[in-house]
Design a protein around this ligand. Structure first.
Ligand code: UD1
Ligand code: CA
Length: 486
């Protein structure tokens, strides 16, 4: 096998994207786990390039900061004025005078492009020993896009922008996707000949094809197997359509990999999420960021997981979770809010209307109802009663609470941090605990109860309560049976 030519990738990301009507540059808009340019960079990795240049311009500092995060190996090149895609590529190549072989150029706003398609485009280009190859697609509505003009023999003649096109060219439905492979020497040569003699007064990269073809340099077209991959993004409505297409693609891949997705139309899974076979995702759920869900776990309905880990066999119902680790067979929800630093052990339980933050629950520990658990370590098999508040913040500092193994905290308790409930200790319901409770002791801070006899019949005479009390008292006086609440 002969050695593959050296390769360079150039991503065009200097434009503003006016029609997005956004303070955020178009290529930084998010789409299921990556920005638009992030998706393009991921697909372009198939080129196995030695160098990746990203042409930046509009709000360059924002785009560069993003690149430093997601593609630190890429080199940004500034195009201070956006004089067209040809101008942008010319500047990019000036930054790599030593480049030889193939240059792959990608518009930064084509996020559905598959790595596989980039690979096949390069293969078609290099095996044909061409000067340039364009990725094209046959579309229903070519409005706004460059058209592929072929000669009678079907060979590529030139690419014409819609605004410069005669009606018969506008009628062509084969379009330029904005993804290309070039021989670098041919490209440099043709770029030096670009004019700005067009409707926008810009240097068009697409003119390279006509220039090369007119001197008999072989140029070609690679038709994308799936036209959806070539869709660009120019406004928010297109962004939403791309999002739905990507959602369907991601969901289908997971279902084919053995994940149950009960309602794919309302399930949104970032491309960065990892799922195991036999995980089940119920309707109206979003799995975002670095989330993972293990085998046999059930997530949803109505659940959002951000950067969260769900262990095997766990059940997470109607929950919002950010940065939490949910252990195997743990149960969460409905209506739970797990915040960063939450770690639930195996078979732990977080129930309805419970918020947790920086909270570790040991194996089988339970916080079943209506509680706030902040900055806490809760031992295995401990039980936290309904309405318990871990008071972790004194207005200045956050402090930690430790509840030992198999401790039992009664309902409506405030645990005022820093405090420790030692293993096996009990706390009486309704207590405000600020001193440690030793192992095996009962902590109680309740005021003793006092009943003021006949207060209701005297002070609330004439009310339904007074009437009910009077009937009950009369029944007792008669010696009759009065049913009392258990
Ligand atoms: C371009 C193509 C068109 C193709 C379409 C596919 C040209 C002349 N036309 O048109 O044939 O059908 O893409 O989506 O290339 N950019 C720069 N610097 C510039 C201008 C643009 O970096 O000076 C970047 C933009 O940020 C964007 C990409 O190049 O990522 C494409 O630019 P855009 O203005 O969207 O080109 P289109 O008019 O859509
Ligand atoms: Ca465009």
């Amino acid at each position: 096998m002969s050695q593959a030519p050296r390769r360079t990738v150039v991503v065009l990301a200097a434009g503003e994207g006016k029609r997005m009507k956004s303070a955020t540059p178009k290529v930084l808009h998010p789409l299921l786990g990556r920005t638009l340019v992030g998706h393009v960079l991921t697909a372009s990795a198939a080129a196995g390039a030695e160098q990746t240049i990203v042409v930046v311009g509009h709000k360059a500092e924002l785009v560069e900061a993003h690149l430093a995060e997601v593609a630190p190996a890429a080199t940004p090149v500034l195009q201070a004025q956006q004089n067209g895609t040809g101008h942008a590529v010319r500047l990019a190549l000036e930054a790599v005078p030593e480049a030889t072989g193939t240059v792959v150029v990608l518009n930064g706003d084509v996020p559905l492009l598959r790595a596989e398609t980039v690979g096949r485009l390069i293969e078609a280009h290099e095996s044909g020993a061409r000067g340039a190859t364009v990725l094209a697609a046959e579309v229903g509505d070519p409005t706004g896009l460059g058209r592929i003009v072929r000669d009678a023999a079907g060979n590529l003649e030139r690419i014409v922008e819609e605004r410069d096109a005669a009606p018969e060219v506008r009628a062509i439905r084969e379009i330029n996707a904005g993804i290309y492979a070039f021989d670098v020497a041919s490209l440099r040569e043709a770029l030096s000949k670009l004019s700005t003699d067009n409707d926008q007064g810009e240097e068009y990269l697409t003119d390279v094809f006509g220039i090369l073809a007119s001197v008999g340099h072989p140029v070609g077209v690679f038709v994308a197997p799936d036209a959806d991959e070539t869709l660009g993004c120019n406004d928010r409505a297109e962004l939403a359509s791309l999002r739905a297409l990507l959602r369907d693609r991601v969901n289908e891949a997971w279902m084919r990999a053995g994940v149950s997705i009960l309602d794919p139309a309302t399930t949104w899974i970032d491309v960065t999420v990892r799922l195991e076979p036999d995980a089940e995702i119920d309707q109206n759920s979003q799995l975002l960021g670095e989330t993972t869900v293990a085998a046999g776990a059930i997530v949803g309905p109505d659940t959002t997981l951000i950067d969260s880990t769900v262990g095997a066999g766990a059940v997470v119902l109607r929950t919002h979770s950010i940065g939490a680790e949910i252990g195997a067979e743990a149960t969460v929800g409905p209506f739970s809010f797990l915040r960063p630093g939450t770690r639930l052990g195996r078979k732990a339980k977080v129930g309805g209307f419970v918020e947790t933050k920086n909270a570790e629950l040991g194996e089988g520990a339970k916080v079943p109802h209506l509680s706030y658990v902040g900055d806490a370590t809760i031992g295995a098999k401990a039980n936290i009663g309904a309405g318990t508040i871990f008071a972790n913040y004194d207005g200045v500092n956050k402090s930690h609470t430790t509840v030992g193994e198999a401790a039992f905290v009664g309902s409506d308790t405030v645990l005022i941090a820093p405090v420790e409930i030692e293993p096996g200790a009990y706390v009486a319901a309704g207590s405000a605990i600020q001193k440690d409770v030793p192992a095996g002791s009962l902590g109680v801070t309740r005021a003793p109860q006092r009943n003021v006899e006949n207060w209701v019949t005297r002070r609330r005479a004439g009310t339904v309560s007074a009437a009910a009390a009077e009937r009950a008292i009369a029944a007792k006086d008669d010696g009759g049976e009065v049913s009392t609440a258990e």
